[in-house]
Design a protein around this ligand. Sequence first.
Ligand SMILES: Nc1nc2c(ncn2[C@@H]2O[C@H](COP(=O)(O)OP(=O)(O)OP(=O)(O)O)[C@@H](O)[C@H]2O)c(=O)[nH]1
Ligand SMILES: [Mg+2]
Length: 302
Amino acid sequence: MALWQRLSRGLARTRESLLGPLQSTLSARTSTPEVLDELEEILISADVGVDAAAEIVAGLKERLDKGHLEREELERALEDIIAELLAGAEVSWSPPPHRPGVILFVGVNGSGKTTTVAKVARLLKKEGRSVLLAAADTFRAAAIEQLAELGEEAGAEVIAHRAGADPGAVVHDALAHAKSKGYDCVLVDTAGRLQTKRPLMEELGKVRRVVEKVYGRAPDERVLVIDATVGQNAISQAKLFNEAIGVTGLAVAKLDGTAKGGAVIPIWQALRIPILWVGFGKGLDDLEPFCARAFARALIRR
Ligand SMILES: Nc1nc2c(ncn2[C@@H]2O[C@H](COP(=O)(O)OP(=O)(O)OP(=O)(O)O)[C@@H](O)[C@H]2O)c(=O)[nH]1
Ligand SMILES: [Mg+2]
């Protein structure tokens, strides 16, 4: 199945929130300006954001006839404009060039970090890379077990200490092990933390420094996992994580569970941090590298 079709299933709720209301507007055969006004409101209520909605509608005004609108024509134009708006968010990501590359996953509680770590492990393993997982969420007892189970499912070894141990020590061990065994990548799962809790944010800085000490460089990627169901609220979260640790990429999880998938547009516009992956289900295969065109197409087409 093509990427956009897999995404399309995941984005069904978002698409419904966009195209459902549009359907009735269009079938009433109103004139273009009225349809565009209504579309702007629909986009805003689907969490696309006021600025992005205005930008999309301005783009449509330029492209479309002044007269009556064909649904297909409108959809094609909408897809093109969204794909263009998101083009810069897409990167052709590949693992760090040296061995092992270190990827740190951070985010608020329950955003989807641990699941995303396992999904990325699965993806990398499919590409033939060897992957080690570090269970640096020692705060939540069940987190270690969860990562161990998911790691097994993904076919990746997991380094863990007991609950309550120092996350920095786990990372230290994992790096040493990865080095001695020649692993390609180490994926570090961290505890969920509210971006406003300073001591917890400082703990992330400590994990970062452990990597710097052992490797002489920061973790190659610091990935912020955001939960798509929070929509534009992810922007303020991201800003504080970025200040604490310097976020290099986003993973957007739970796109399947929300009608707010359109928020990816204002999130990209506000942060200008590349979107590395999108997750759209609980299964380990429900993750894909972000592709602007496929995302736009899945938002609009069934
Ligand atoms: N539907 C759906 N559920 C997801 C997705 N990603 C994660 N989940 C679910 O969301 C819940 C939380 O996911 P976790 O991966 O444990 O989130 P976390 O950020 O590690 O949570 P903490 O470690 O407690 O901060 C779990 O029930 C996951 O199965 C997704 O893309 N789609
Ligand atoms: Mg977790």
